[in-house]
Design a protein around this ligand. Structure first.
Ligand SMILES: Nc1ncnc2c1ncn2[C@@H]1O[C@H](COP(=O)(O)OP(=O)(O)OP(=O)(O)O)[C@@H](O)[C@H]1O
Ligand SMILES: O=P(O)(O)OC[C@H]1O[C@H](OP(=O)(O)OP(=O)(O)O)[C@H](O)[C@@H]1O
Length: 215
């Protein structure tokens, strides 16, 4: 029986903390931190595989069962809306999803009076849903990065993006005007794997849960 467990871990911001957390429950995937171009690593003794993928691709690998488990930001889950089991908030990677605009505009602007606005964002689905729930019509301009540039060059007055230190907003003369959601990193699980590899997966979830409680 194939009882190997495959975990999809995102390169980028949350890689190091993910590797560190798994290390604390005896799952050693430090190889993912090396400069190697290898994308998948195996630990035969533990019957585990680790794959390194783009953060936005983690839910896809888990949804299709190419990975049993994945680690991903809540922002990505909210945007993609896939049917995945999300048993744990891993608590790291904290940031916020918010609406921002130029400080100059914010001085006189009143968000409660918005009826039709234009938004540049990497999160079109989240932005659309958020404004729809408030009865505001929104024209979305999808961007893939450097979102804070949009108001500075007249692409859109407002943006929806993530903020953590606030440094990017500050250095570009923008201010937060509405908060949409608090974001942390989550563990996600393929629903079929949860049934077929129930014991191994539950053991990992409980190990992580215990580890998180002790910190
Ligand atoms: N300041 C921040 N900016 C962006 N993401 C952050 C920040 N702080 C924490 N995060 C979390 O880190 C996750 C991964 O971010 P990262 O920048 O590594 O990937 P990405 O560029 O969003 O994804 P991709 O590489 O697929 O485009 C985000 O989804 C979010 O949950
Ligand atoms: O509040 P801060 O600590 O400044 O962090 C927020 C910035 O970090 C992220 O961008 P990222 O560095 O991922 O670049 P990108 O916009 O090109 O995706 C995010 O999209 C903000 O631009």
């Amino acid at each position: 029986m194939n009882d190997w467990i495959t975990i999809a871990i995102p390169k980028g911001r949350i890689l190091e903390e993910s590797v560190e957390l798994f290390g604390r429950i005896g799952i050693d995937c430090r190889e993912l931190l090396s400069d190697s171009r290898k994308l998948i690593f195996e630990n035969t003794e533990q019957r585990m595989r680790y794959m390194i993928v783009r953060a936005t691709d983690v839910p896809t690998y888990v949804e299709y069962g190419s990975a049993d488990l994945g680690i991903v930001g809540k922002d990505t889950l909210m945007e993609q809306g896939k049917d995945l089991y999300e048993p744990l908030d891993l608590k790291f990677g904290y940031c916020r999803m918010m609406v921002a605009e130029p400080a100059n505009l914010a001085r006189t602007d009143d968000p409660s009076g918005w009826s039709h606005i234009r938004i540049a964002t990497k999160y079109p689905h989240v932005a659309e849903t958020y404004f729809a729930s408030k009865g505001i019509q929104v024209e979305i301009i999808k961007l893939y990065g450097s979102i804070e540039l949009a108001p500075l060059v007249g692409l859109s007055e407002r943006i929806v993006d993530l903020v953590s230190t606030g440094e990017t907003l500050r250095q570009n003369g923008l201010v937060e005007v509405e908060s949409i959601a608090e974001i942390t990193t989550r563990l996600i699980v393929n629903r079929a794997s949860l049934k077929t590899k129930y014991e191994r997966i539950t053991h990992i979830i409980q190990g992580l849960e215990k580890e998180l409680q002790s910190t």
